[in-house]
Structure formats: structure tokens, C-alpha cells
Design a protein around this ligand. Structure first.
Ligand SMILES: Nc1ncnc2c1ncn2[C@@H]1O[C@H](COP(=O)(O)OP(=O)(O)OP(=O)(O)O)[C@@H](O)[C@H]1O
Ligand SMILES: [Mg+2]
Length: 358
């Protein structure tokens, strides 16, 4: 096998149309030859959330241009690329299909290997673009659709320790922003306005904080924000106080649950040098980073965060996961189809819906 593998990555699982060309380097990390992301914020702003049909249409309109630009920016030709990776799930089927089909078509046309990437594996391995990290590590994946603690044992080898039993953390941020009328996209605005508020002003619930191991729940917190938001009559300072109290409550929940996850990780892996990787869109939140880093200092584990540009959806992480899978001979045939649900640990219990008991 060639020494330094180069991949074209394509990402269209939700509301970002993205393509990137990534090459391995001698440090065991990646040279980012190009990384093009076109966000659909304007298309969805009016609706306060992603509208699947609009997202799919925008992907179709942009994808050719984005892929061409990523190839042009990288300064290499399709011929010099060793393989193509495209996100195959989880996500919105109408959106995934756009990037997946074009990725497969390019692979067929150029006669290159193809890898259908699990978007969550993209997030899970994303810190490796810039840091050489040894396995195993504990992953806290916090994004728009997922909130999970996982042991990352290797590429393609994950064990879930805990997950949300209702909303994802990104969803809780987005809904809080909507209830407080802080603008779209929600997460970054909650973070911005919470800096102007008093984090101790509202006492909000911390669901299942003292039970269920490192599983998490945010639905009760969201309902409490809704209840308080109705009382405050759009008064600015109170809105900021509520945003700050929400952020503070999230920090308290993550602090406690991460402490439990670190213990589980140590018990299961017997690893001496413990590393916590925090990835996914919500990992861009600086307050969460500071909070988890302070826990790291207390419990003596290393915290690793991807560069901000690799937290939200991007194709660099998809190309990188593609390279890692290709090197393990985990390529796919062109029969692979899109999957809306695709857990990293296929053996993990399904933790949503009625009947859960702790
Ligand atoms: N600074 C921030 N603070 C809090 N949340 C943030 C911040 N920046 C982005 N987010 C949130 O991150 C989420 C988007 O992350 P990401 O793009 O990884 O999600 P997704 O791809 O839609 O979901 P998934 O990766 O689970 O399929 C949104 O919910 C957004 O509000
Ligand atoms: Mg994502």
C-alpha cells in the first residue's frame, strides 16, 4: 500500500454541503489540502430549524460546485486521489442520498475505491486530523442529533457507555434559543447571550443526574426553560439570565456524568493514561470545554478538542475516516445505501421511548 493516502470526502447528511481533500502526513495526522463547507443557515433561518426537502434541494444545487472547488483548492487531480469517502448515515435520507450518490458515481467513473462513512465515526476520529491520539480513548460526542459516551477502541470498534434517553444536547441548545428568541442557529447564540446573564438566577432541573450511570436526559430541562420563558415577558436581562442558567445547568450535568463515564472507562479498559475527546457541533462551546478541562485537572485526565472548524459538520473528518477505514481494508461496494439510523455500537441497547427504568 502507498505510504501517504489521499482521499476526497463528501458530506451532505444534514444542512452543510461539504467536500475536502485530505492527505496523511509524516506526523500521523492530516494535511488539509482543501476543506470547503457551504452552510444552509439562510435557507432554514425563517423556519428556525432544518427543513429536509429544502436541505436536499440546496445540496443538489451546490454539490457540483463544492466538489469542484475542493479539488481545485487542493491543487491535485482526481487521478492523484486514492479513494472517495462520502457520508452514508445517519442523517436525513433525502440529504444523504445526494452526497452518497455523487461519491459513488465519481468512484465508479474514476475507478477508485469507495468508503461509505458513518458520520458519527467522522466526528469520533476528527481530533486525529490535528493530533496523533492513541486508542483507546473516551469520547463524548455532543451534536445536533446525538449525545453519547463511547469507548473508542479502534477504527470501527466502539462501545457505548451512555447516551441521551430523549433529546440530543444540540437540540436542547437549539430549542432553548428558539424559546428565548435568540436567533438561529441556536447553540452559538445561547453561548453568546449567556455571557450577558446571571447563571445562578434560575434554578433549573438536572434530570437523572443521580441515577442511570452516564446516561443523560434533557427533556425535563427543556420543559423548565419553556415554563420560565413564558413568565419573563421578553425582558432582555431575564432572557440572558435564563440562557446563562441553562448553560450552567448543562455544565453541571456534563461534569457529573463525565465523572461517571471516566470511572466506567477506567474500569473497562484498565488504561493508565486516560484521554477524553469531546467532538461534534456542541464541542465548539467554550464554556463546556473549560468546564470539562477543569474536571480533567481534578481527575488527572487529558482533554482533547477538535479545532473549532472541525466540530460542526465538515468533509475533512469524512475524508479522514475514509482514509482510516481504507487502510483497514474496510471499503464498500457501490451497493451501499443511505441509513437514517446507524449507531457506532450496534450492540448498545436502544434507550428511547416509554418503559425505561433506572
Ligand atoms: N457554540 C455552541 N454551543 C452550543 N451548541 C453549539 C455551538 N455551536 C454549534 N452548536 C450546536 O451543534 C449542533 C450542530 O452540530 P452538528 O453539525 O455536529 O450536528 P448534526 O450533524 O446536525 O447532528 P449529528 O452529528 O448528530 O448527525 C447544533 O445543534 C448547534 O446548535
Ligand atoms: Mg454532525
Amino acid at each position: 500500500m502507498k505510504e501517504k493516502i489521499t482521499f476526497l470526502g463528501i458530506e451532505t447528511s444534514c444542512d452543510e454541503t461539504a467536500a475536502a481533500v485530505i492527505r496523511e502526513n509524516e506526523n500521523g495526522t492530516a494535511d488539509i489540502l482543501s476543506n470547503v463547507v457551504s452552510s444552509q443557515i439562510n435557507e432554514h433561518k425563517e423556519f428556525g430549524g432544518v427543513v429536509p426537502e429544502l436541505a436536499a434541494r440546496a445540496h443538489l444545487e451546490n454539490i457540483d460546485y463544492i466538489i469542484n472547488k475542493s479539488l481545485k483548492d487542493s491543487d491535485i487531480t482526481l487521478n492523484e486521489i486514492d479513494g472517495i469517502a462520502a457520508t452514508a448515515g445517519p442523517g436525513l435520507i433525502v440529504c444523504l442520498t445526494v452526497g452518497l450518490n455523487i461519491g459513488k458515481s465519481i468512484a465508479a467513473f474514476a475507478n477508485k475505491p469507495f468508503v461509505g462513512v458513518n458520520h458519527l465515526e467522522g466526528h469520533a476520529l476528527s481530533p486525529g486530523l490535528e493530533n496523533k491520539i492513541e486508542f483507546p480513548y473516551l469520547l463524548l460526542l455532543i451534536s445536533g442529533g446525538h449525545t453519547q459516551y463511547l469507548i473508542v477502541k479502534d477504527v470501527n470498534d466502539y462501545e457505548q457507555l451512555g447516551t441521551t434517553i430523549d433529546d440530543a444536547l444540540g437540540e436542547a441548545f437549539d430549542k432553548t434559543a428558539k424559546m428565548l428568541n435568540l436567533g438561529y442557529p441556536g447553540g452559538p447564540n445561547v453561548e453568546k447571550f449567556s455571557k450577558l446573564g446571571d447563571k445562578n438566577y434560575f434554578k433549573l432541573p438536572e434530570p437523572i443526574i443521580n441515577k442511570a450511570g452516564c446516561n443523560l436526559s434533557f427533556a425535563g430541562l427543556k420543559t423548565a426553560v419553556l415554563r420560565e420563558s413564558k413568565k419573563i415577558n421578553e425582558e432582555d436581562q431575564l432572557r440572558y439570565n435564563l440562557a446563562a442558567s441553562f448553560q450552567n445547568t448543562i455544565n453541571k450535568i456534563l461534569y457529573k456524568k463525565t465523572e461517571i463515564a471516566i470511572k466506567d472507562f477506567k474500569d473497562k479498559t484498565q488504561t493508565k493514561k486516560v484521554r477524553l475527546v469531546v467532538a461534534g457541533g456542541v464541542a465548539a462551546n467554550i464554556s463546556i470545554r473549560e468546564n470539562l478541562s477543569s474536571l480533567g485537572k481534578k481527575l488527572n485526565f487529558e482533554t482533547i478538542y477538535p479545532n473549532l472548524k472541525f466540530c460542526g459538520d465538515n468533509a475533512a473528518m469524512i475524508a479522514w475516516a475514509g482514509i482510516k477505514r481504507f487502510k483497514k481494508k474496510l471499503t464498500n461496494t457501490l451497493n451501499i445505501s443511505a441509513r437514517s439510523r446507524w449507531p457506532l455500537d450496534e450492540n448498545a441497547p436502544y434507550m428511547k421511548g416509554p418503559g425505561l427504568k433506572f
